[in-house]
Unconditional design. Sequence first.
Length: 321
Amino acid sequence: MSVLVFADNSEGKFKKGAFELISYGKKVAEQSQTNLVVLTINADDLSELANYGAEKVLKVKDEKLTNFNARAYADVIKQASDKEDSSMIIIESSTNGLYLSPILAVNLEAGYASNVVALPTSIEPFTLKRKAFSTKVFSFIEINTPKKLIGLSKNSFGLVENPTNVVEENFIPTLNDRDFTIQITGIEKSSGEVTIADADIVVSGGRGLKGPENWGMIEDLAHVLGAATACSKPVSDLGWRPHSEHVGQTGKPVSSNLYIAVGISGAIQHLAGVNAAKVKVVINTDEEAPFFKAADYGIVGDAFEVVPKLTEKLKEFKSNQ
Ligand SMILES: Cc1cc2nc3c(=O)[nH]c(=O)nc-3n(C[C@H](O)[C@H](O)[C@H](O)COP(=O)(O)OP(=O)(O)OC[C@H]3O[C@@H](n4cnc5c(N)ncnc54)[C@H](O)[C@@H]3O)c2cc1C
């Protein structure tokens, strides 16, 4: 028996999410007194995985799997799980993860919980806490199938260092032509130095910024913080910013540690997508703006005065470190 973690990567490099998944998988394996196995597909450097408790790593290398393919990836994870006799399979509730999980759950005949935010609250019956309705509520669900598929929500568990001696093993799955009837033929990256999905900090601008020509100060603040840039829906609808930056109920979800909203009113559709951010800072001229009710820190002030001063202070702070 084992716990299997699928550690996804981007162009061969692991991101923080993969390490969080392994940290989580290690604790789940300890809870259920079993071993942790990590599956990687076309990853370059596996050495960092050992820092978070990976005991055994299955390495898949195949050019056909260079680009994400939900059916093929689900097939490979199923084969790895059969080989390792895994009773629990853990993947990230990322866009790719949410896409492949239902296929994998059917293949495994496994009960599946997405957006899980904590360790199992009980092993018998197997109970998980997950977020629902744009993080407005948490639900507790039981999985009663022999195999269990867990989709872990990003930034919900954190990184736990747990150095181990890792055993690497090449794994050659059988790839089925039927899985490649739809293929990604090219990738065009959106602008921005850090992606919203991977960011620890997101700096977001709304209609209060008046026009696209004023985004320099948002980019400067994001740059000094190493943050991703985002925007409200009207801003991308107006063409001020690319659609890839639109966050909210109909845009990308944000689960960063810090979300700074500048000139955004805080409509429910916007809040629905950013509720999961741990700390929310709001800068708005209108003290009645609804966003202040959801904010951890609020600055009532003109973004055109506050943001450059904040960026300046942060630069000073960084240069004194
Ligand atoms: C079905 C549906 C889905 C939607 N999905 C989304 C979604 O996913 N994401 C989303 O964002 N919206 C969504 N919306 C739109 C949402 O309802 C709001 O209209 C939108 O979020 C408002 O954007 P905003 O806050 O940028 O603009 P506004 O509502 O115009 O607010 C601008 C804010 O800037 C402040 N301001 C003005 N000048 C300054 C200044 N100099 N300094 C600081 N603050 C200033 C104002 O006080 C105001 O609070 C959706 C709507 C619908 C109907």
